[in-house]
Design a protein around this ligand. Structure first.
Ligand code: PLP
Length: 399
């Protein structure tokens, strides 16, 4: 099987699994217990917290809360700041966020919050002018993702967070770094020094599913989301997921060692895949291709074919990829990200996302380049929008 869906999740690194195992078997103690076997486990959590805090350039490990996933981290930010500062009712976000931000903002709108939804251009970029105009005196929170999960497009968080603070230091800035964590440079004491909150999820970088993190800058008001015990210094109740936290820190250590090498290699494989597809298939859109992009992501839309059909056939030939379409009320809705980017109608439903990890190899890319064009050709042969005699979209559907 060829796995090219690493923006959805990644394989647990063998070293991570090995590091976690004793915490399931011999060292299963609750870190809050008083005996030395348990305090030893609490000590391991402190070490893990420090590893991740140092990796991100935090001023103190106390600025890091362990959560169950990025969805929880994002929800924590919104619930925390709206409870702490109820008088400010304006939020800024983008139309291309992950549902873990998008749906929370929609919900807040139902509860009387005013949300400014920043649009993106054809390439997936934000317009800084729109952003500057959106900032207000009563803005509570800006929440803008670092890298988009569907297209890999990177937003300029350094610039956006600086502008927010220059406009009004009371505006809080959150970034969902779920896709960029370990893949792009993030330093909370340098390029991200104006960021107040940052979310991430372990399973995107070879740690297990079910563990994540949230950075909350020291002194920033943010009430609890999961109220309960005294864990996480009273900021997140619930017994710590010890093995997964330890595993996540190990995954960070591994990423720190091999990051530059991994990404140069992934980028060259991604570029090989992109160029090969462009040479072999006509009428394509490389979504986000004209914007700064993550080195591991390729989102390609083929005019006049259904992405779901492609995925089905890719699956049949042993290739795992994904599309941004969502099944809503029994109908297949095109991706909200591509819709926001104004991707032409004939390509909107034909998108496929290939996303790589450090474990992909060149032979896999060669096999995709062999199989993928044949699949598109077969589907176009039965597509009503495809003119077979001219091998291009039918006149009425032309882009
Ligand atoms: N934010 C982004 C940008 C994501 O890509 C994802 C998952 O794909 C999430 C949040 C949610 O992560 P999780 O499912 O681990 O909560």
């Amino acid at each position: 099987m060829i796995y090219l869906d690493s923006n959805a999740t990644t394989a647990i690194a063998p070293e991570v699994l090995e590091t976690m195992l004793p915490f399931f078997t011999t060292r299963y103690y609750n870190p809050s217990s008083a005996y030395s076997a348990a305090t030893g486990v609490a000590q391991e959590i402190r070490k893990a917290r420090k590893t991740i805090a140092d990796f991100l350039g935090m001023a103190s490990p106390k600025e890091l809360i362990f959560t169950s996933c990025a969805t929880e981290s994002n929800n924590h930010v919104f619930a925390g700041v709206t409870k702490s500062i109820p008088q400010r009712k304006h939020i800024i976000t983008t139309t291309v966020e992950h549902p873990a931000v998008l749906e929370v903002c929609r919900d807040l709108e139902r509860f009387g919050y005013d949300v400014t939804w920043l649009p993106v251009d054809r390439y997936g970029n934000l317009r800084i002018k729109d952003y500057v105009q959106a900032l207000r005196n009563d803005t509570l929170l800006v929440s803008i993702m670092h890298a988009n999960n569907e297209t890999g497009v990177i937003f300029p968080i350094e610039q956006l967070s600086r502008i927010a603070k220059e406009t009004n230091p009371e505006i809080l800035f959150h970034t969902d770094a779920t896709q960029s964590m370990t893949k792009l440079p993030i330093d909370l004491s340098d390029n991200f020094r104006y960021v107040d909150f940052l979310s991430f999820s372990g399973h995107k970088f070879h740690a297990p599913k079910g563990v994540g993190g949230l950075y909350i800058r020291r002194g920033i008001p943010c009430r609890t989301f999961l109220t309960g015990g005294h864990q996480e210094s009273g900021r997140r109740g619930g017994t710590e997921n010890v093995p997964f936290i330890i595993g996540m820190a190990k995954a960070i250590e591994l990423a720190e060692k091999t990051h530059d090498e991994d990404f140069a290699r992934m980028e060259s494989l991604r570029d090989k895949l992109q160029n090969g597809i462009l040479q072999r298939i006509s009428y394509l859109e490389i979504n986000g291709g004209g914007a700064p992009r993550m080195p591991n992501t390729l989102n390609v839309a083929c005019h006049c074919v259904e992405g779901e059909g492609i995925l089905f056939q890719l699956n049949e030939s042993g290739i795992c990829a994904s599309s941004g379409s969502a099944c809503t009320s029994g109908a297949l809705e095109p991706s909200h990200v591509l819709t926001a980017m104004n991707v032409p109608f004939t390509a909107l439903h034909g998108s496929v996302r290939f996303s790589l990890s450090r474990y992909n190899i060149e032979e896999e890319i060669d096999q995709v380049l062999d199989r993928f064009p044949k699949i598109v050709e077969r589907l176009r042969a039965i597509s009503s929008g495809w003119d077979q005699s001219k091998n291009q979209p039918r006149a009425q559907d032309r882009i």
